[in-house]
Design a protein around this ligand. Sequence first.
Ligand SMILES: [Fe+2]
Length: 362
Amino acid sequence: MVMSADQDQQVRRFSEMLDALHCGAMLIDRAGRIVHANCRLCEMSGRDCAELLGLALHEIYAGADGRRAIDDALAHFDEAVEREFFIPRPDGTRVPVIVSGRPLRAAAGSAAYRVVTIIDISERKRAEERSAEAYREVARLSDTVLEQALELRSYSRDLEQRVRQRTAELHDANVEAIYMLAVASEAKDADTGAHVRRIERLARQLALAAGLSEAEAAHLGHSAILHDVGKMHVPDELLRKPGPLTPDEWAVMRLHTVNGERILSRKPFFEVARRIARSHHENWDGSGYPDGLSGEAIPREARIVRLVDAFDALTTARAYKAAWPAAQAVAELRSGAGSAFEARLVEVFVPLVESGVVGGPA
Ligand SMILES: [Fe+2]
């Protein structure tokens, strides 16, 4: 490497400038030999500065990818170029860098040297890698969370299904218990379990026609079954007495209302049944028992059962009377509208009878 005096002076001046830079920097000649390398570059490359001086770049870049890039840079020696590249270290590692090169011209004509600055971007690359890793981790966690959420939803659905099933089973068990209790209490009476089943159906149909929901009407129907459960406490001879009752006997008979309320559970499921048991003999005009309630002070469920119980008694044969035809029973209900029965309920119930909606098969 023979230099003219001018070149030598130029190289020295530039070398001093390059030494003052914080980034790596070097001067190379057109053959790709290092004419000067500053301390920062020597440090980056893991080599002594004396070792680098005079070394051809091809000797440093042993791999094909590096050599191709060097050939390309030398082929464009007189152009300014910036690109991402790397510095190979003796231990086999690579330092990622950004390389900026441009020709160093003293006068017109082609340049004898090229000044190259090299910025270490290891930290930036590590940060990028950390970000990418963090992103992959977040993506993985998202997948996991999603899987867990799906599992949880499936578990929750299963649980809901089991709760629904269990609730239905409990409801069925309650209704079954109602029937058993009702039939047991009716066994004392002359009538059979058929009466309670008719009352259940009539009460449900009237409740629906009066505007209650399907569920409310169904619950009212089941609750109505137990309206006379208090008769369990009434002596058999009273229940089956063919003739009229004495005032004392009536007093005992009337107690089946309060006894019925007392027998029934205080659980919410039996709330309606308890109201019906106590108040199904109250009259709209206040002449009924056991509390002498009148009008809307009488629970609506009890007003409904009061009406359908009377209709069933009229249209069913008893030991002391034949079954009345529906038309005759309707006339009787109408005559009691406003006294024994709530007039509005009679008006809702009569069309059901006359159209054949009630009284059909269960
Ligand atoms: Fe009764």
